[in-house]
Design a protein around this ligand. Structure first.
Ligand code: FES
Length: 109
């Protein structure tokens, strides 16, 4: 690898990495950019298991920081959160519908 590439901290062919900070568990999880967060939460925390399709809000969580690093909500996610009595705030999400595109987020569940 050319020295210039090393100094920039990037390697050709390697995915860029993002970070999920989980307030409840006091941990950080490193994931590839563009990852769905739910599988990593299940692997590393006691995050509840549910439908995985956005239809029941057992995976509701609050994004404490980094909302801009996430995919946008689908209409189904908005409707499920609404049925659960949660306001349509960018901070309220269903973890099964969240992809971390880059950077860092902090969540609480
Ligand atoms: S696991 Fe059911 S909405 Fe996410």
């Amino acid at each position: 690898m050319p020295a210039a590439a090393c100094l920039q901290g990037k390697s050709p062919g390697r995915p860029e990495m993002a970070k999920i900070r989980v307030k409840n568990d006091g941990i950080e999880i490193i994931v590839p950019d563009g990852s769905q967060i739910l599988p990593f939460l299940w692997e590393k925390t006691s995050f509840p298991q549910g439908c995985e399709d956005g239809s029941t809000p057992i995976c509701a969580c609050v994004i404490l920081s980094g909302v801009a690093n996430l995919n946008h909500k689908t209409q189904q996610e908005i409707e499920t959160l609404h049925r659960a009595g949660l306001p349509n705030s960018p901070r309220n999400r269903l973890a099964c519908q969240v992809w971390l595109m880059k950077g860092e987020i902090e969540i609480e569940y």
